[in-house]
Write a protein that binds this ligand. Structure first.
Ligand code: ADP
Ligand code: MG
Length: 258
């Protein structure tokens, strides 16, 4: 296979998704290479969350093709309808992706450490003795090893989100999807979460990040996509897209952000 194929971690072509009469994704194309950091920006309601949710099969697409790490998850048939792989295969494919949401969704009755080891133990059947050292390494990476025995209610929002990141990483994903990870945080707490994500980028994690943090997108992302009304209107290298947007709608959106 040519290098460009083997290095492609997400390839989505002409993805369409409606909820009833409402067309939300109207032919989205997305290509993410290994170790690439892609930021998706755009107004509320433009379909950013739906796109992420379609990538890891939290939503089913109507039409289009999606491949993850060169493996087809869903592909159009000759009638242009999306046909999914069997459920078992989809689970394996989606296990390559970790996702972090705006609301951290930690288990409130479990300690920080238990939150991080739960999925690997239950889903991957990894023994507690084996997963605890990895979990502790990840907690130390996000700066929260000292909090391993605390409960989520004892943490700040920024700390909770960093636990959520460690929890996603404990499944050892090849790709991380972030859906507005700092939008629910007080401004003084966003920095610590963005820094954690920046470290992941430096470690060459492949990431797709929906964000309203334009400074972060400009500095950390390789590529920025501007989404509007279910279409990727403009995409390009982060700095050039943010500093010199070509499309009128991108220009309007960005000037409303600064
Ligand atoms: P964004 O993340 O860019 O704010 P979303 O992807 O959340 O946008 O939503 C895009 C549109 O799809 C919105 O109009 C939203 O109300 C609608 N939508 C999202 N999820 C659902 C759903 N499960 N059922 C019906 N409509 C939905
Ligand atoms: Mg959203």
């Amino acid at each position: 296979m040519p290098a460009t194929m083997t290095d492609m971690m997400i390839k989505a072509d002409q993805v369409y998704k409606s909820f009833g009469q409402l067309s939300v994704l109207k032919g989205v194309d997305l290509a993410v290479k290994r170790s690439e950091v892609v930021a998706i920006i755009g107004s509320s309601g433009s379909g950013k969350s739906t796109l992420l949710r379609c990538l890891n099969h939290l939503e089913q697409i109507d039409s289009g093709n999606i491949a993850i790490a060169n493996e087809w998850m869903v592909q159009n048939n000759t009638q242009d309808q999306a046909v999914y792989q069997p459920e078992r295969q989809i689970k394996q494919i989606c296990a390559k992706m970790g996702m972090v949401f705006q609301h951290f969704n930690l288990f409130p009755h479990m300690t920080v450490l238990q939150n991080v080891i739960e999925a690997p133990m239950i889903v991957k059947k990894i023994k507690r003795d084996e997963i605890v050292p990895l979990a502790q390494e990840l907690l130390s990476k996000v700066g929260l090893l000292a909090k391993q025995n605390d409960y989520p209610s004892q943490l700040s929002g920024g700390q909770k989100q960093r636990v959520a990141i460690a929890r996603a990483l404990a499944m050892q994903p090849e790709i991380m999807l972030f859906d507005e990870p700092t939008s629910a945080l007080d401004p003084e707490l966003t920095g610590e979460v963005l820094k954690t994500m920046q470290k992941l980028a430096e470690d060459k994690m492949t990431m797709v990040i929906v964000t309203h943090e334009m400074g972060f997108a400009r500095e950390v992302a390789d590529t920025v996509l501007f989404m509007d009304s279910g279409i990727i209107v403009e995409s390009g290298p982060a700095k050039s897209l943010i500093d010199h947007p070509q499309n009128l709608r991108t220009q309007e959106f960005l000037s409303s952000m600064f």
